[in-house]
Design a binder for this molecule. Structure first.
Ligand SMILES: *Cc1c(COP(=O)(O)O)cnc(C)c1O
Length: 391
């Protein structure tokens, strides 16, 4: 039987290859960081979500080592059978306070958090109104719900309002958006979204995976940045990016929403507890973030420096204030050639082209970290100047 399927899969793989969209993986032999080892050579890394430089932070490593001795390696159970430790409860309480919400529930990943929530909260008589560029996990989570689906154009408030008018007969309505759209680094217009939600009596959910830890005065993310924390009903996020970068996700929300998720969310009920060492590392990461004003300041000044230097050299960037900084190219071939040129100069960065981004919007997406030094940023700009003429 497999013989036929093998042939089909081989031809599907060759279609992907022909379309030029095969995703290859670079083998890194060092820890994650501003510098990584590839093929025995040191590269400056500009393509990880290690925004605050916590992925290999000595205080996190130390905390994890202690927790391995005190809380062991694995839990071998889901939370409600015998997989809840004091550490899990502590992390949930700390996230709740940090995000100014009422309660928090951990998930194995943010993908699972988004995969679990919609089915539980939104039924046939309800409506989910979703930004067209929302993360794949939101799209998949919505698919699992029987609610009616509405989609609005990316950050387009007139279209959101039209969808709210369209969906007025629903029992419950939920507007859901990424806090930051990761291909462009654009922020969702949360004040406008919240005021439309208030006008049309809808809930607001923000997936803040690409902002938690480094946006807002205390790092609480885009709701804090925009001063609307009290108007956002549900926040989902990841522990796998700025908050240490290991794994795990959460939903922080109104108390009853979290209570019902603990009873019914399938990725919570039927997938293993977040490992104790990862929970400990996340607790330490949160502590560092809470005291991390200077890390955030370094991250944002690094990002500003990169934007300023690149624009002075005539590069076209997607405008914004996020450490995701897309450098735009006229053609896909130019972007790919430039990424190769960067590689030759010891810079690790990735070109994105259609269908990951719209046709004609090929780019190299640079991600800045607080761990980068000014010299690292300048070295990256210098490499771009050399690589821009690569064809
Ligand atoms: C990265 C990301 C996720 C997935 O997070 P994991 O914890 O890695 O599953 C979900 N949503 C958004 C917006 C993300 O950027």
């Amino acid at each position: 039987m497999y013989k036929d399927i093998r042939e089909q899969l081989i031809s599907e793989l060759s279609e992907i290859e022909k379309a030029g969209t095969t995703k290859s993986e670079t083998e890194i032999t060092s820890a994650q960081g501003s510098h990584v080892t590839i093929d025995g050579k040191l590269f400056l890394n500009f393509c990880s979500n290690n925004y605050l430089g916590l992925s290999n932070h000595p205080e996190i490593i130390a905390a994890v080592k202690i927790s391995l001795d005190e809380h062991g390696y694995g839990l071998s159970s889901v939370r409600f059978i015998c997989g809840t430790q004091d550490l899990h409860l502590e992390l949930e309480a700390k996230l709740t306070k940090f995000l100014s919400q009422e309660s928090t529930i951990l998930f194995p990943s943010c993908f699972d958090a988004n995969g679990g929530i919609f089915e539980v909260l939104m039924k046939e008589e309800d409506a989910i109104i979703s930004d067209e560029l929302n993360h794949a996990s939101i799209i998949d989570g919505i698919r699992l719900s029987k609610a009616k689906r509405y989609r609005y154009k990316n950050r387009d408030m007139a279209d959101l309002e039209a969808q709210l008018i369209e969906s007025q007969s629903a029992r419950r309505r939920l507007i859901v958006t990424d806090g930051v759209f990761s291909m462009d680094g654009y922020l969702a217009p949360l004040p406008e979204i919240c005021s439309l939600a208030a006008k049309y009596n809808a809930l607001v959910m923000v997936d803040d995976s690409h902002a938690v830890g480094f946006f807002g005065a205390t790092g609480a993310g885009t709701p804090e940045h925009f001063g609307v924390s009290d108007q956002v009903d549900i926040i989902s996020g990841t522990l796998g990016k700025a908050l240490g970068g290991a794994s795990g996700g959460y939903i922080s929300a109104r108390k009853e929403i979290v209570d019902i998720l603990r009873q019914k969310a399938r990725p919570y009920l039927f997938s293993n507890s977040v490992p104790p060492s990862v929970v400990s590392g996340s607790l330490k990461a949160l502590e560092l973030v809470s005291a991390g004003g200077s890390l955030r300041a370094t991250l944002h000044s690094n990002a500003r420096l990169f934007r300023t230097l690149m624009e002075a050299e005539g590069f076209v960037l997607q405008h914004g204030q996020h450490p995701i900084i897309p450098v735009m190219f006229e053609s896909e071939a130019d972007a790919v050639a430039c990424a190769k040129g960067l590689h030759a100069e010891g810079i690790h960065a990735v070109a994105f082209s259609y269908p990951v981004v719209p046709l004609g919007k090929a780019r190299i997406r640079i991600q800045i970290s607080a761990e980068h030094t000014e010299l690292d940023i300048r070295a990256c700009v210098k490499a771009f100047i050399i690589a821009r003429s690569c064809k």
